[in-house]
Design a protein around this ligand. Sequence first.
Ligand code: FAD
Length: 407
Amino acid sequence: MNFQYNEKSITLQSRVRLFMEDYILPMDEQVESFYRDPANLWKKWPGLESLKEAARSAGLWNLFLPADYKGFSPGLTNLEYAPLAELMGRVRWASEVFNCSPPDTGNMEVLARYGSPDQQKQWLTPLMEGKIRSAFLMTEPEVASSDATNMQTSITADQGDYLITGRKWWSSGAMDPDCKIAIVMGKTDFEAPRHEQHSMILVPLDTPGVQIIRPLSVFGYLDSPEGHAEVVLESVRVPKANLILGEGRGFEIAQGRLGPGRIHHCMRLIGMAQRALELMSERATQRSPFGRSLDTYSSIRQEVARSACEIEQARLLVLSAADKIDRVGSKSAKDLISMIKIVVPTMAATVIDRAIQIMGGKGMSSDTPLAHFYAAARSLRLADGPDEVHMSQLGKGTIKKYTRPHE
Ligand SMILES: Cc1cc2nc3c(=O)[nH]c(=O)nc-3n(C[C@H](O)[C@H](O)[C@H](O)COP(=O)(O)OP(=O)(O)OC[C@H]3O[C@@H](n4cnc5c(N)ncnc54)[C@H](O)[C@@H]3O)c2cc1C
């Protein structure tokens, strides 16, 4: 395996690092306190657009999309993009500045790969330009949604249109004032074979019948301005042309969406964990309980050392998954993708937890990014599908690989 970064990636890493240092880190405290103020809930921080403009002018825009779409992206491989996403992950709100935020990245990939030319013109172009944002509505409160076959939302043909009825929740991004479009997964045929019942359809959020019921909180964080919404869809009428790819193709699209767009979370989590390691190391040299500096205690050195090892192990696993996706595609890289989804959120939550402990009381407060990082890392043991589902798939595949078929 050769994870030596090429010239293109090294140059972009130093440009993203500089941009983070010059434009993003200096604003971090201001942005976080803006979003903490209840008066600013579901509003955008006023300085965001000028930062987006600066990133776009610097060519640091849409770095995530492996194949270029109409000159909007530099067309990096996943291996080239991974260290850039890691740098963005160091600050919670940074990826939007580079137009590399979830769930838009996954949605843009879906539209670039499966959207019709009209769908791309209407929705992909403004998303790539960073003019609008999007949401992905799959999970439902009434059923165990880690098994998507349980889904109850119906998409019914009606007089040349589709009518959509259902209730979704954890729709990340749907609270954002710029969120204009959702990709909704539902069933077009409840009687078809299990994996041919589902379809995905584009629903503009201003369509009559779409009701945003409430924002959900993650350990008390509302994650404004994107938020995570509960959404009711009541006889929502959209044209037939809004269906993506075709009836019954929802699982096929979902499988495609499981690739690059979903490993970006892991890349960003490495960045969060790395920042936590740096913060705990720095703090250890600043405090002296019981007569000596924290960094001289062997227990503290062990926590720092363990964290450094675990981050590097996870980073290499993520790079290995990115490299395999680039070489042989997401389908053949599915075991490595499962592995990083199992390993990285737990690793990041553990490292961040150690940093919180070493910080003392300060670590629990909003005076450092750690508490919010912890909530984000912990929630990713669920948000991208529960750990157990990834383990079940990987375990089943691994057993099959190492055993003979039953006689
Ligand atoms: C912060 C956050 C953001 C999210 N964003 C989105 C989004 O944008 N769009 C969207 O559609 N959804 C989103 N989700 C929802 C997320 O994808 C679901 O919560 C997840 O898929 C689990 O579904 P569920 O909540 O219905 O849990 P359930 O399906 O009820 O599962 C509950 C638990 O059962 C156990 N379990 C399930 N399957 C197995 C198994 N095979 N073996 C052993 N145990 C098992 C696991 O412990 C699991 O956590 C988000 C969630 C969070 C927390």
